[in-house]
Design a binder for this molecule. Structure first.
Ligand code: SAM
Length: 380
């Protein structure tokens, strides 16, 4: 832990309250936070005062005046990391993962032949959206800073993407869309994610003398155990796309099966579903039978229009058509599982490691759902 004593001393000097925790290298997860001594439930293990945050308001005014008005907060914070005119935060920045780490695990940086043909549907959609945001931000920044390399900016942009916390004053709420209200928090950004949390992160002026963030343990930890927070109730598709990892145990994991269901539908049926807000977003989790949206989508195929309206309107409980729905989804999933799983097999290198794990998890979720459906078809 002595390795990070300079980082801790720097944080404490800046007013960060560090209690019973310390940074440590965690195998397979970069840096993380561990208990430096036993931690009890409700212990506040970290306080980051507002004065230590890096926000849209801490960006140097002189530089801001040179920049276009329509810059995102995300881009401004990335630029803040790249330019850092003060070096007051250089000890914190020295602990950031290098770009080469991101190249191994962040799908946005993988070559396009991998991303176009091997990413699971949801990951691909998320990555496409990220690419749109990144290229828009870069197109605004690059003419203003012609000497800034795209890699350097992309590295900073990804640092912001993977280590910011939701942060909004009432002014920010008026000025910025929800997904662009964020702040960097030194030291708090070292907590790794667990699907069951482990600590809460709150922005609460009652907890602190001055407004800022507090990280409070929601369970006890023994000295040396990793202390975690939750980044949200995220599936492994989202974690892979946004943060570059998948959890082995993830109670929020789920799989989108649009690619299995939508090809079953005619153009007209898809239009009906679109008009009524039911096109796409079909989800399975391996623990329960299919979701309501899937039930509606499959019934548009199986029932006449009038009967379908009755099901959607709640007049028909769907019992009479349930077996046929289950059988149809089961057939579609079995076919899709065999086609899709092959996608993970021929991917080489670092991308392959993460993707093969994800495809294996998808295969399990689909298989477990098939088992549930098989039982139901048998019982009916
Ligand atoms: C907020 S940072 C946490 C600190 C980070 N580990 C570091 O080295 O600076 C988020 C990044 O940590 C890593 N990470 C977080 N939770 C993880 C987990 N449960 N397993 C593997 N990597 C994880 C991912 O690379 C993610 O993008």
């Amino acid at each position: 832990m002595a390795e990070y004593s300079e980082l801790l001393a720097w944080a404490i000097e800046k007013g960060v309250g560090v209690n019973k925790i310390s940074p440590k290298r965690i195998p397979g997860a970069g840096l993380g936070i561990v208990a430096a001594e036993d931690i009890e439930v409700n212990d506040i293990v970290l306080k980051v005062p507002a004065a230590c945050l890096r926000t849209v308001d801490t960006f140097p005014t002189k530089l801001k005046s040179k920049l276009p008005k329509d810059m995102t907060v995300h881009s401004l914070l990335a630029l803040d990391i790249v330019l850092d005119p003060t070096s007051a935060y250089s000890i914190w920045q020295a602990a950031f993962p290098p770009f080469s780490d991101f190249q191994k695990c962040i799908p946005l940086l993988w070559d396009s032949s991998t991303t176009s043909s091997h990413l699971p549907f949801t990951v691909r959609k998320l990555v496409d959206h990220q690419l749109e945001k990144l290229s828009r931000d870069w197109s605004i920044i690059s003419p203003v800073f012609p000497d800034l390399s795209e890699d350097r900016y992309t590295h900073a942009w990804l640092l912001v993407n993977t280590r910011t916390f939701y942060y909004a004053t009432s002014r920010h709420e008026r000025l910025y869309p929800k997904d662009d209200r964020m702040a960097l928090q030194p030291i708090a950004d070292l907590f790794n994610h667990s699907s069951c949390g482990g600590c809460t992160v709150s922005f609460d002026s009652r907890v602190l003398d001055s407004e800022g963030f507090a990280v409070k343990a929601t369970r006890a930890y023994k000295k040396g155990q990793e202390v975690t927070i939750s980044y949200g109730n995220h599936s492994n598709d989202l974690l892979l796309a946004e943060y570059g990892f998948c959890l082995e145990e993830n109670e929020w994991d789920e799989v989108c099966i649009d690619e299995a269901i939508l090809p079953l539908l005619s153009k007209t049926q898809k239009e009906i579903l679109k008009d009524r807000g039911f096109k796409g977003g079909y989800i399975i989790d391996g623990r329960t039978p299919v979701c309501y949206r899937t039930e509606v989508a499959v019934r548009v195929m199986l029932l006449g229009e009038r009967k379908w309206e009755k099901f959607v309107g709640g007049e028909d409980d769907g019992n009479d058509s349930q077996r046929e729905v289950d059988r149809t989804v089961l057939n579609a999933l079995q076919k899709w599982r065999n086609e899709e799983y092959k996608m993970g097999n021929d991917i080489k290198g670092d991308a392959g490691k993460g993707l093969r794990l994800r495809w294996k998890q998808i295969w399990h979720i689909v298989t477990e759902t098939c088992e549930i459906l098989e039982e139901r078809v048998k019982e009916a």
